[in-house]
Design a binder for this molecule. Structure first.
Ligand SMILES: Nc1nc2c(ncn2[C@@H]2O[C@H](COP(=O)(O)OP(=O)(O)OP(=O)(O)O)[C@@H](O)[C@H]2O)c(=O)[nH]1
Ligand SMILES: [Mg+2]
Length: 476
């Protein structure tokens, strides 16, 4: 338990209806007593109040009233941090919240670091590390699917699986160590066999978890999609259609978009960051040249591209060049302006005219190694946009999204720890098979168990905790 009391504004900075200032720590109630003048029919000081009750009063600083507030008293241990917690709801706006916080700080609390409330919840044993990370995922979630996955992790679904894995490794280790301690009881070959199959089950279990890493990344961070193509192809119009509002300037003048524009949209539950770019061509001036350079940079950083072609114009050598140039990239060809007579004569004729139920076609053509999804759209009317969203979901997310997989989606830290645990467990298997010394096997098992333990924070270092909690906002 900590001996200092922390405080912070828990709501976003800016104007709003209400703001909340949160306190946690052993002096919480004493600090609140010094800052709060109770009013109403049954005025109670915070230290006299029963747990989980709300009180009306004023925050006072000397003889000045700072704000009229509601103050919630929550006594340890049934609180977010397991310490005494007070939450003061004051008027929204930067100044009222800041003045209330200043009063609290003057009366004996210290300003909390980013994530410090959650860090205390972890260090006081209320949640484990994977659950603490889920709190951040919850805050930053941009789609309902992301939110659902974070909720499952916060509820401990991933932690349970990791603990099960770690327990199993520890039990195997205990077996191995028992044989080290009593060398006269020579280890029977079938015992080695049993240990091997037990470890192999563990590895298979880790493989299953590792397979969720990709989807986990997508739901947490989203994927980046660059919208590229010739000037005037309709890239900005496409961005606006995908976002559902007019974000980018659209005009008949080629070279309208000069800077890159980024916006996140929810595509079938997946957070996708779309980047509208300057049309690719030999630039006419310095600004445009810089725009084209940025387009290329976005293109390189994107997980996939939407290559927009103007169906009302014949395919130009430049189009051909870009088509070939982006061949190494995951992409969807978007044939825009299908409301106009088709002059594109796109050589990418769909193979056998295969038209999938979702309404998009896969085209194949000599020189293009893999099938490229082609979607026909009209960005004036929005025709084809739903089919494009299906194609995007398909290119980003292979397979179904089911409730069960949302329960465990590891992040890159978990992935790294699991990879180390897996490698150590495999070394253990090899050592057992090779009749190597049991000390060696035990060493590997200890490494594996410790790496698995890092995920839930049983074996986390202070540096790791700093890294994780520094990503939180202040007040959480
Ligand atoms: N008929 C028709 N016109 C379209 C369609 N989509 C876009 N346009 C028009 O095409 C012109 C160019 O559209 P933009 O979205 O600005 O094209 P862009 O690719 O962003 O162009 P730059 O930013 O200059 O590279 C505008 O006049 C749009 O109204 C479409 O589906 N059908
Ligand atoms: Mg544009």
């Amino acid at each position: 338990m900590f001996d200092d009391t922390i405080a912070a504004i828990a709501t976003p900075v800016g104007e709003g209806g209400l703001a909340v200032i949160r306190l946690s720590g052993p002096q919480t109630l004493a600090v609140a007593d010094r800052s709060f003048a109770p009013m109403g029919q049954l005025p109670l000081k915070p230290s006299q109040a029963a747990t989980h009750t709300i009180h009306y009063g004023k925050i006072v600083r000397g003889d000045r009233v700072v704000d009229e507030v509601l103050l919630a008293v929550m006594r340890a241990p049934h609180t977010y941090t397991r310490e005494d917690v007070v939450e003061i709801t004051c008027h929204g706006g930067i100044l009222p919240a800041k003045l209330v916080l200043d009063t609290i700080l003057e009366n004996g609390a210290r300003l909390a670091l980013p994530g410090e409330f959650t860090r205390r919840a972890f260090l006081n044993g209320r949640i484990d590390l994977a659950q603490a990370e889920a709190v951040a995922d919850l805050i930053y979630a941009r789609t309902e699917l992301s939110l659902q996955a974070a909720g499952e992790q916060l509820a401990g679904k991933l932690s349970r699986r990791i603990n099960q894995l770690r327990d199993d490794l520890m039990q195997t280790l205990a077996h191995v160590e028992a044989h080290i301690d009593f060398p006269e009881e020579d280890i029977a070959p079938d015992t080695r066999g049993q240990l091997v199959s037990r470890l192999e089950r563990g590895v298979a279990f880790m493989d299953e978890l590792l397979r969720t890493a990709n989807e986990g990344q997508i739901l947490r961070r989203g994927v980046r999609a660059a919208i590229v193509g010739r000037p005037n192809a309709g890239k900005s119009s496409l961005l606006n259609q995908l976002l559902g509002h007019d974000r980018a300037i659209v005009s008949a003048t080629p070279g309208t978009t000069r800077d890159t524009i980024e916006e996140t949209a929810n595509v079938r539950g997946l957070p996708v960051v779309f980047i509208d770019t300057a049309g690719l061509r030999e630039a006419c001036d310095e600004i445009e040249a810089e725009g084209v350079r940025r387009s290329r940079e976005s293109l390189a950083r994107a997980e996939f591209i939407l290559h927009v072609l103007d169906a009302s114009e014949p395919l130009t050598p430049a189009d051909e060049k870009y088509l070939a140039e982006f061949a190494g990239k995951k992409r969807i060809l978007v044939r825009n302006k299908i409301d106009l007579p088709n002059k594109l004569g796109l050589p990418l004729t769909p193979s056998d005219g295969e038209r999938v139920a979702t309404g998009w076609v896969r085209g194949e053509r000599a020189g293009f190694p893999s099938a490229i999804p082609i979607v026909d759209v009209c960005c004036l009317t929005g025709q084809g946009i739903e089919a494009l969203k299906d194609a995007i979901r398909e290119i980003v997310w292979s397979g179904e999204i089911n409730a069960e997989m949302l329960q465990v989606m590891i992040n890159s830290r978990h992935q790294d720890a699991l990879n180390r645990a897996r490698a150590a467990a495999l070394r253990g298997v090899e050592a057992l098979r090779a009749d190597a010394s049991l000390e060696l096997v035990a060493l590997d098992l200890r490494i594996a168990a410790s790496a698995a333990g890092e995920i839930v924070g049983q074996t986390a270092t202070a540096d790791l905790l700093d890294l994780i909690f520094s990503q939180f906002c202040i007040g959480k």
